[in-house]
Design a protein around this ligand. Structure first.
Ligand code: NAD
Length: 341
């Protein structure tokens, strides 16, 4: 077959390329995610439900590949897909991070692919930015104590982002079923934040009881976090989704999600509660974007217990990928790959 004389090409951005564009710091993600959540609230997107690809023999909850497509409107319309793989055994068997990803961006006029980006960094940092935006609206002002349950790569990016965004943090409590993971993460963060105390907790309960802001970053399929552990005024960013007992959804003052339709599926805890007739769209306080645009209130007093349950949206990935794609063009960063030649 004859190859056309002119070949469309696409831009490849590696993790290093993204780092050289500022992608290993939280600020760009926090800004872009706040805009993305606002676009979500305004309905400027198309985002089909994400399919989970699983197969026999890969049976852990974290064994899957997820396809996450999204079209984003606004001033610079673009479409794209995150293709995110996960095997729970990767760290122990292969010395690899559990999750890996690429993001493909497509031009919204031709629908041609225009970029491929390493997706693990964006995926982790955009998730941390969701927690940061959530914390801005839903945590007590001036909070000082943060707890993180599960201390893998996602936890590292969550804490890096919180520490960069909230200089009021004085103490971070870390718990992991593998105590070395908690100690390692504390030691790593202490290099950049010598004035912050990093404490390895001896149980999830003691970590949760100690904090005003809690982030879950485990790979559990069994809830462990009880309502009675939470003091008035706590904000939980339930990143790993399955950690929080059903009673917390029922008894919290406010439950917030990123997207109701994406959250109420796949037998996740919210979905289980809905199927059991114990929770509904009407009981949900808001989608986070509604709070960002001022359509719904965030925290209204010092005592509210607020649960954010962000399932993770393709929109988060595509809005960040779009930002780095345009910045890479401006700065001449990345590798051009011809599509045909
Ligand atoms: N909501 C989102 O948008 C979003 C996005 C990205 C990742 N995630 C989730 O973040 C989680 C963490 O990702 P990761 O890449 O860091 O995983 P990882 O497997 O590399 O690390 C998980 C850590 O949690 C610990 N752990 C497991 N179960 C625990 C428990 N019950 N109590 C305490 N510690 C426990 C493990 O020992 C490990 O150190 C995953 O569940 C992933 O699906 C969510």
């Amino acid at each position: 077959m004859r190859i056309p004389d002119t070949s469309p090409d696409l831009l490849y951005l590696s993790r290093n390329d993204l780092g050289s564009l500022g992608g290993d710091h939280s600020q760009p993600y926090v800004d872009v995610i706040a805009d993305g959540l606002a676009a979500h609230a305004r309905g400027e997107y198309v985002q089909p439900l994400k399919p989970y690809l699983r197969w026999p023999g890969a049976d852990h909850i974290a064994d899957r590949i997820i396809a996450m497509p999204c079209y984003l409107g606004g001033k610079q319309p673009i479409a794209g897909l995150k293709w995110v793989g996960s095997r729970q055994h990767n760290p122990v068997h292969f010395g690899l991070e559990r999750a890996s990803a690429i993001i493909v961006l497509n031009d919204a006029e031709t629908n041609y692919p225009v970029a491929i980006l390493e997706g693990g960094l964006i995926s982790g940092m955009r998730t941390a930015a969701i927690t940061a935006v959530g914390t801005r609206y839903l945590a007590r002002r001036g909070f000082t104590n943060v707890s993180c349950i599960g201390c893998g790569p996602i936890a590292r990016m969550q804490l890096q982002t919180l520490l960069e965004q909230f200089p009021n943090i004085k103490c971070v409590h870390l718990f992991d079923l593998c105590p070395d993971a908690a100690k390692l993460l504390g030691a790593l963060l202490a290099e950049s934040y010598p004035d912050v105390y990093f404490i390895t907790a001896d149980s999830a309960e003691s970590a949760v009881r100690a904090a005003d802001v809690i982030v879950t970053c485990t790979v559990t399929s069994t809830p462990y976090l009880a309502f009675d552990w939470l003091k008035p005024g706590t904000f939980i960013s339930n990143i790993s989704i399955m950690d929080v007992h059903k009673e917390v959804y029922e008894r919290a003052d406010k439950v917030v999600v990123d997207d109701w339709d994406q959250s109420n599926r796949e037998k996740k805890i919210i979905n289980q509660l809905v199927l059991e007739g114990r929770f509904s769209r009407e009981q949900l306080h808001a989608e986070l974007g509604e709070i960002v645009i001022g359509g719904r209130p965030g925290r209204e007093n010092e005592d509210e217990i607020i649960l954010l349950n962000p399932m993770g949206m393709a929109l988060d990935d595509i809005v960040c990928a779009r930002y780095f794609y345009h910045l890479a063009h401006e700065r001449g960063i990345g590798t051009r790959l011809p599509l045909y030649g």
